[in-house]
Ligand binder design. Structure first.
Ligand code: ADP
Ligand code: MG
Length: 695
């Protein structure tokens, strides 16, 4: 392997490449346009495009693509080659400024949730110059946003970029109040820890459920699961290690800061964590990470499962979204700092997050809602569906001191005054970490732990950024008018913590008692995706996004539609897959097996032998077989109603209330049979093989 320092970013048209390859004036002009978030002028674009093309061709690229994130949650691309015909049957390689800046894309096959109907059929992609272009498999990738010709966002990234601008503006206002005149911009930073499973490709190939739905719809538990905790941080198997090595190398080439890799709690489960970066880059990089994980796993005879719950009975996969705010001068605004003034500023930003999470619990919950994630949230392996914040005892003591106007430690007699007294040093270690909390403060950042492993990180960060920006805006409006800044600041922080203390919870989020307590506190408990999505268009939520120009009403309505549509389609596909497996494989196999047992019983009886095993087993399986068959008939009947429900809200509810319980019933009886049936009679590889099959 070449040196990491040499391969890192070698396929990225990054800042140092631009500096080296662009004329000085162009480079400067490009930098300032990017910084100010302005549009590139045509002349500049053509110089940049030309340099980009020459660089790409030298690296072996033949094509380019505008790369974007439609509302499907995965990325989209369409390759165009650089070739342009020339006289005499020859070609030249060309790439114009216009081709760099904007592409036209037939939007009709991407979900638009009604936006296309209302506006225009076509969509266009536009270069997001804040994210570097890169080369992957001989194609130059240009990160873009994807909009309708009316300007409505058809993708996930446009709103994310808008939300980053909004929070930057409001955070800078706050910093000015603290006397900071140098900071020009504040960016949100994210490090997204990605969990995934690896299974053997041959075994995967034998399971229709994994192929069609990404998760097992059947499967009784293996004799061994994760109870011994021997997989967690255990030594990594050779085949997996080879995969990880190649993955790291490929990611490094693309400038992705892949940092740590380890085994996770469940057998066959692993995690990759990058070093954090600016949120939109982190979002692009997480998409690349997921894509490369899947591609590279195949090269090693494995399949990477990104589904939130591939296996019942062992932990599912999430994506921890570590989130913070950082100034363009490199200061982390969620770091408590050392001086009283820094402390006060920190507490104000902390209060902004606490208020935001309380005010917009529903939006954060919605941002992580998906059919797959419904299996995790609240299942005692991931945070509950109830949103809350964990701050740790030290920080909570500080907040109590602020609220009660007393000193934060026994030694200090006078009350804690923000901007005057220094906070006690907050430990930044991991021992105090609450793993059951949906949103844990971890010393200098928040870790949103509810996000599902397959989801894009764009949505939850758009919500976090916008909600926190709104708190900051309200704070700035108030403080800018204050006569006595320090007094007003103190009152504001105190009042905010009093008003929103209910969202702070340091206890065990898995405990049943919390569900009751949360209810008493008036917190929302949106258990399933349809329950959550129902609140997306609540007036307060529409107002929030419209006020900050992150989404307009039409864009939100489209997301409401797409999210519900996706949810019910996923359940529909799962139901059909289940019926297929039941009817074509499981029921016939078990019928055959009981037939064999009956033959044996007849033969044994004829010679006067006991047949207790055969009798008991065939009785048990026959009983379960009938029950399963009845459940299959019920699901078939209910699936017929599917097409008659055109209202998406009703369809979502129907899936949750009818289809999913039907599926659970089928699975129950199938798993009961698998538990006792002869292994070679069972039509699919077992959980044991899938979970422990990669050697
Ligand atoms: P651990 O969770 O193992 O203690 P860290 O706390 O260092 O490790 O980081 C976990 C994740 O959080 C990493 O992806 C890291 O890059 C990210 N992270 C660390 N600091 C920040 C920050 N200021 N903003 C966003 N993400 C961060
Ligand atoms: Mg973590």
């Amino acid at each position: 392997m070449e040196k990491v320092t040499e391969i890192f970013g070698s396929m990225v048209f990054n800042d140092s490449v631009m500096e080296a390859l662009l004329p000085k004036q162009t480079y400067k002009a490009l930098q300032s346009t990017i910084k100010q978030g302005k549009r590139l002028d045509a002349e500049l674009a053509s110089v940049v495009a030309n340099a980009m093309k020459d660089w790409a061709i030298e690296k072996g690229a033949t094509h380019y693509t505008h790369w974007f994130q439609p509302m499907t949650g995965v990325t989209a691309e369409k390759h165009d080659s650089f070739i342009t015909p020339k006289d005499g049957g020859k070609i030249i390689m060309e790439f114009s400024g216009k081709e760099l800046m904007q592409g036209e894309s037939d939007a009709s096959s991407f979900p638009s949730g009604g936006l296309r109907a209302t506006f225009e059929a076509r969509g266009y992609t536009a270069w997001d110059a804040t994210s570097y272009a890169f080369i992957k498999e001989k194609v130059l990738y240009i990160p873009t946003v994807f909009c309708s010709y009316g300007g409505e966002a058809l993708d996930q990234k446009t709103a994310l970029l808008r939300s980053m601008e909004v929070i930057s503006k409001q955070a800078v206002r706050i910093l000015r109040l603290f006397g900071n005149e140098t900071v020009q911009a504040v960016r949100t930073t994210v490090g997204a820890e990605q969990e995934y499973f690896l299974v053997d490709r041959e075994l995967w190939n034998q399971r229709k459920d994994l192929i069609y739905t990404g998760r097992t719809l059947f499967g009784c538990r293996a004799p061994k699961g994760q109870e011994l905790d021997d997989h967690y941080f255990g030594s990594i198997k050779q085949r997996v290690q080879k995969f990880m090595t190649e993955l790291n190398e490929e990611l490094w080439k693309l400038g992705v800061l892949a940092k740590t890799e380890h085994n996770e709690a469940a057998p066959a489960q692993h995690e990759l964590a990058p070093i954090f970066s600016s949120t939109n880059i982190a979002s692009d990089h997480n998409q690349l990470t997921m894509e490369l994980m899947q591609k590279i796993a195949k090269r090693h005879g494995m399949i990477c499962l990104l589904h939130e719950k591939p296996f019942a009975g062992v932990n599912g996969s999430g994506k921890h979204n570590n989130w913070s705010l950082s100034t363009d001068t490199g200061i982390n605004l969620l770091d408590p700092g050392d001086t009283p003034y820094e402390n006060a500023q920190f507490l104000l930003f902390l209060a902004a997050v606490v208020k935001a999470v309380d005010d917009y619990q529903d939006l954060i919950r919605i941002s992580v809602a998906s059919a797959g994630n419904d299996h995790r949230l609240g299942a005692n392996e991931a945070p509950p569906a109830i949103m809350s914040i964990f701050l740790g005892t030290d920080l909570e003591n500080v907040i109590d001191a602020v609220i009660e106007d007393k000193s934060f430690d026994g030694s200090q007699k006078e009350m804690l005054r923000l901007g005057v007294h220094t906070l006690p040093k907050l430990p930044k270690d991991t021992t105090d970490r609450n793993r059951t909390s949906p949103m844990a403060f971890t010393g200098n950042k928040f870790e949103l732990r509810s996000l599902g492993s397959a989801d894009s990180i764009s949505c939850c960060n758009t919500v976090l950024n916008t909600a926190v920006a709104d708190s900051l805006m309200q704070f700035a409006d108030l403080l800018e008018k204050a006569d006595d800044f320090e007094a007003q600041l103190h009152d504001l922080v105190k009042q905010t913590f009093i008003d929103h203390k209910r969202i702070i919870f340091n206890g065990d989020g898995y405990d049943e008692a919390w569900v009751k307590e949360a209810k008493e506190r008036g917190l929302m408990n949106l258990k399933t995706t349809p329950d959550a999505i129902a609140h997306l268009l609540d007036e307060k939520n529409v107002k929030l996004f419209e006020k900050h120009n992150v989404y307009n009403r039409a864009e939100l309505e489209s997301r409401h539609e797409v999210r519900l549509d996706t949810y019910s389609k996923i359940i529909h596909i799962e139901a059909l897959t289940m019926l297929d497996m039941a009817n074509k494989d499981i029921l016939p196999a078990m019928s055959r097996f009981t037939g064999k047992l009956a033959d044996t019983i007849a033969k044994k009886k004829a010679v006067g032998l006991n047949c207790e095993y055969e009798m008991k087993t065939s009785e048990k399986i026959s009983k379960e077989l009938d029950l399963m068959y009845n459940a299959v008939v019920k699901l078939e009947e209910d699936e017929k109603k599917w097409n008659s429900i055109s209202d998406l809200v009703k369809l979502g509810d129907f899936c949750r209330d009818v289809i999913i319980p039907d599926m659970n019933e089928i699975r129950l009886h199938s798993d009961n049979m698998e538990m006792v049936a002869e292994q070679k009679e069972w039509p699919y590889p077992s959980y044991g093989k899938l979970l422990f099959g990669v050697r």
